[in-house]
Ligand binder design. Structure first.
Ligand SMILES: Cc1cc2nc3c(=O)[nH]c(=O)nc-3n(C[C@H](O)[C@H](O)[C@H](O)COP(=O)(O)OP(=O)(O)OC[C@H]3O[C@@H](n4cnc5c(N)ncnc54)[C@H](O)[C@@H]3O)c2cc1C
Length: 428
């Protein structure tokens, strides 16, 4: 058994901690916040019975490792998450719906049955998807999503490509990486039955993983502890460990490695960010036609999605409006009022919606742009990075974070010059 420090207790850090502890390592998790969860957490409000989430999160059926981790910690995914077949309904329009079944058949049937699009638009999408499939869902790394989809009909881009791109990559299609977008499509639409299903939290976000993880970690968790320094050997603020997983944010990882691994640190600190704003409106007695609706954003319409939290087992009459790629609204201000006006214009309400709360995450995700250089998970022998930003096929998502945590634990525990695999401690 060796001693391993995990710096950061978001989904990546929790994944690394569980894998290392299960492999017999003696772990310590340092988390600077008063709770675990990182960018996927609940935030206390006026009513303790109904906390807000720092942002509405969606998982999909293809999030294999996240679901397995929840299960491992006793948060039953089938109870904690509502599973819905992929559908993108808009107010008053059924939108694209994928029927159950094998992925290819389901996608083809769903597209052909979408009578809101002209037949030529549907056939154009199927033809493009066949081309992506034939090329193994790979493309030139320099392409944007807008470039990749330039030949598709305007309605397909507006109703499918742009909302999927902003939801999955939190980056607008003209600036978003086509390669990463194709990988998400591949896993969602073609990885197996149910891969594209939407999994919507039925409980506060912290109950999905952070709460169960805190219980499971017990005294191995040090909350409210911001790690200041990592020194070769490895020493975490002077305390000796055989290996370290840096599962903090990219900016903190860059700070902690500035002297240890300057090139790695420079790559991590060069990442850009995209904000997400979540506006909660209250309207007692109101109910949307579905738990989730897509919305068309525009100059005076910030939100791309709305979630009826009451239908999902959350606060009755509370609605979460999601504004992804929100940089223009962060700069402009007035987002909550603009969302309220958008809601009143586009949806039917039993009582006028009022602003409950607005939560802005300025560094919600890294900007997932074409040709982006991401730092690898190995920093030095015995020092590994875990986080949604680490080199990998996924955009900044829970699943990307969990997979990065598992990869870092693998690197520490076995091979890849992991210093904690029973070999003597090495210095970089
Ligand atoms: C509003 C919003 C909506 C989102 N929606 C979705 C969605 O629908 N679906 C999806 O899959 N993903 C979504 N994401 C992305 C997802 O939340 C992240 O990809 C994921 O949570 C990142 O996890 P992580 O462990 O890599 O990083 P983080 O969650 O950022 O964890 C890093 C942790 O390290 C801690 N830390 C930092 N520095 C130190 C230090 N020096 N010492 C100790 N601790 C430190 C931090 O406090 C933090 O807890 C969303 C994100 C936001 C913000």
């Amino acid at each position: 058994m060796s001693r391993v420090a995990i710096v950061g207790g978001g989904w990546a850090g929790i994944a690394a901690a569980v894998k290392l502890a299960d492999a017999g390592h003696n772990i310590t998790v340092f988390e600077m916040a008063p709770q675990l969860g990182g960018r996927a957490r609940s935030v206390a409000g006026q009513d303790p019975a109904w906390p807000h989430d720092n942002g509405q999160h969606i998982l999909i059926g293809a999030y294999r490792d996240s679901l397995a981790l929840m299960q491992r910690l006793g948060a039953e995914p089938c109870e904690a998450l509502a599973r819905l077949p992929l559908a993108l309904p808009y107010p008053g329009e059924p939108g694209l719906r994928l029927p159950p079944g094998s992925p290819l058949v389901s996608f083809t049937r769903g597209v052909l049955a979408h009578h809101g699009w002209p037949l030529s638009a549907r056939l154009g999408l199927l033809n493009a998807a066949a081309g992506w499939l034939a090329r193994g869902f790979r493309c030139d790394a320099a392409l944007s999503v807008a470039d990749l989809c330039a030949g598709l009909a305007a309605a397909v881009k507006r109703d499918l490509v742009e909302p999927l791109c902003i939801a999955a990559l939190n980056t607008p299609a003209p600036k978003a990486s086509a390669q990463v977008f194709l990988r998400v499509l591949k896993d969602a639409l073609f990885s197996g039955a149910g891969g594209a299903d939407l999994l919507l939290p039925r409980r506060p976000l912290s109950d999905l993983l952070a709460g169960p993880a805190a219980t499971w970690l017990g005294p191995r968790l040090r909350l409210g502890y911001r790690v200041q320094e990592i020194a070769p050997g490895w020493r975490v603020d002077g305390e000796s460990f055989d290996g370290v997983v840096l599962a903090c944010t990219s900016t903190e990882a860059a700070r902690l490695t500035a002297d240890l691994a300057p090139d790695w640190s420079a790559t991590a600190s060069a990442l850009g960010f995209e904000p997400i704003i979540t506006v909660y409106l209250n309207s007692p007695g109101s109910r949307l036609p579905a738990p989730m609706l897509a919305l068309r954003d525009g100059p005076d319409a910030p939100a791309q999605f709305v979630f009826d939290q009451g239908q999902l087992g959350g606060a009755p009459g509370r609605f979460a409006f999601v504004v992804s790629g929100a940089a223009p609204w962060v700069a402009r201000g007035g987002c909550a009022e603009a969302v309220q006006a958008q809601a009143r214009r586009e949806l039917h309400w039993a009582t006028p919606p009022v602003i409950d709360r607005m939560l802005t995450e300025k560094r919600a995700t890294f900007a997932c742009t074409p040709g982006l250089v991401r730092p690898p998970h190995r920093i030095a022998p015995g020092l590994f990075a875990a986080g949604d930003y680490v080199l990998g096929p996924y955009p900044a998502t829970l699943e990307g974070a969990v997979r990065a945590g598992l990869a870092a634990a693998q690197g520490i525990g076995t091979g890849a010059n992991g210093a904690a695999s029973g070999s003597p401690t090495k210095t970089p």
